[in-house]
Design a protein around this ligand. Sequence first.
Ligand code: DHK
Length: 146
Amino acid sequence: MAQPIYILNGPNLNLLGLRQPEIYGRATLEDVAEDCASLAEELGMTIRFHQSNHEGQIIDWIHQARGEGAGVIINPGALTHTSIAILDALNAFDGPVIEVHISNIHKRESFRHHSYVSLRAEGVIAGCGVEGYLLALRRMKTLVAK
Ligand code: DHK
């Protein structure tokens, strides 16, 4: 069985579909998880899809991905802009990392323009809505095949 791709979601993403739909859309995180699972199956990949509002939990999942995971797709929510600890955890992971943002963070408030995770990510997808997760999964397929 191929090593799984970890798809990690940070704070407030459990409210996807409910909070600020004009920014984040109407799809729920459950919809995103289902779409990712279908595409992963089509691509012959397996995924571990998680969300937490707690920084430490996200770090623990990144540690779990060490040794077990082939790659990490991460939308750290607001922790993108603040968490050196998540950057450090990703730096301790050897496989490819793709950063996803549902909204275009560069079109929003200036405090969202900087991402610590971008210092580590092979690729960044922003402003493509929840489709960004599927684009990331397709890109991950290419990266893990290398
Ligand atoms: C999600 C969040 O919760 C924000 O804090 C980020 C990101 C942007 C997104 O677009 O997916 O700034």
